[in-house]
Design a protein around this ligand. Structure first.
Ligand code: ADP
Length: 214
C-alpha cells in the first residue's frame, strides 16, 4: 500500500508517518529529511539546498524528484508513505509515472486539516531527537527532565533552522500557493481522504487507520 500524507508544515505528517512505519512496516519517504541529509553531506547540492530550505522556499522539482526516484526504484518494505512529497503538480505527475513504471499504485492521499494559528504554535515549540527523530513539543510533550530521549536515550536534541516565524510564513505561502492545489487534483481522482489534524495524536492515528481500512 502506498499513501501520501498531505498538509501544511506542522500538520503532524512526520509524527503519523513514524507511527505507520512502526505499526505497519511501511517505509517513510520524507523529502524534507532527505534534503536535510543532503544539506549535511557537504556536497555542492547540499550547499544550494541549505539556503533554499532556511528561507522556507521550495527546492527545485528536479532535485526532489531525483531523490524520490532512487527510493522508489530501490523499492522495499510494505509500501511507501510519501511525507512532504509531492509539493507541486510537476512532482505529482512524476510520482504517478514512477509508480506506474514500477507496477505500483497510489492507494490513498490523506489530508491532515489544521488551522494556521495551531501551526505557528506547534512549529515554534518543536524539537526532535537528533539520534532517532522522536518529536517533542515544549507545551504538549517536553524534552525529558533528565535530558535523555524517552525513545532511544540519546541527549542530542535539535531545533530546525527553518522552524522560526519568518521562514514559517514563507513555508505556509509556498504550501497554499503550490501544494494545496494538489488536494483538488487528488479529490478529482477519487483518492482523497481528510482527517482532523487538530485532534490528539492517538485520535489522528485511529482516523488514518480507518482510512487505510483497519
Ligand atoms: P515541513 O515541516 O515544512 O512540512 P519538511 O521537512 O517536509 O517540512 O521540508 C522542509 C523544507 O524542505 C521545505 O520548506 C522545502 O524547502 C524543502 N522540501 C521538502 N520537500 C520538498 C519538496 N517535495 N519539494 C520542494 N522542496 C521540498
Amino acid at each position: 500500500m502506498n499513501i501520501i500524507l498531505m498538509g501544511p508544515p506542522g500538520a503532524g505528517k512526520g509524527t503519523q508517518a513514524r507511527h505507520l512505519v512502526e505499526t505497519r512496516g511501511m517505509v517513510q519517504l520524507s523529502t524534507g529529511d532527505m534534503l536535510r541529509e543532503a544539506k549535511d553531506s557537504g556536497t555542492e547540492m547540499g550547499r544550494v539546498v541549505a539556503g533554499v530550505m532556511a528561507r522556507g522556499e521550495l527546492v527545485t522539482d528536479e532535485i526532489v524528484i531525483g531523490l524520490i526516484r532512487e527510493k522508489i526504484e530501490a523499492g522495499q518494505g510494505d509500501g511507501f508513505i510519501f511525507d512532504g512529497f509531492p509539493r507541486t503538480l510537476a512532482q505529482a505527475d512524476a510520482l504517478t509515472e514512477l509508480l506506474e513504471a514500477t507496477g505500483q499504485a497510489l492507494d490513498a492521499v490523506i489530508e491532515m486539516e489544521v488551522d494556521d494559528e495551531a501551526l505557528v504554535a506547534r512549529i515554534t515549540a518543536r524539537s526532535t531527537c537528533g539520534a532517532c527523530g522522536e518529536v517533542y513539543n515544549d507545551a504538549t510533550k517536553p524534552q525529558p527532565a533528565d535530558g535523555k530521549c524517552s525513545n532511544c536515550g540519546a541527549s542530542d536534541f535539535k531545533r530546525r533552522a527553518d522552524d522560526n516565524e519568518g521562514s514559517l510564513r514563507t513555508r505556509l505561502m509556498e504550501y497554499y500557493k503550490k501544494t494545496s492545489p494538489l488536494i483538488g487534483y487528488y479529490y478529482a481522482k477519487g483518492d482523497l481522504a481528510k482527517v482532523d489534524g487538530l485532534a490528539d495524536i492517538e485520535t489522528v492515528q485511529a482516523s488514518i487507520a480507518e482510512v487505510l481500512g483497519d
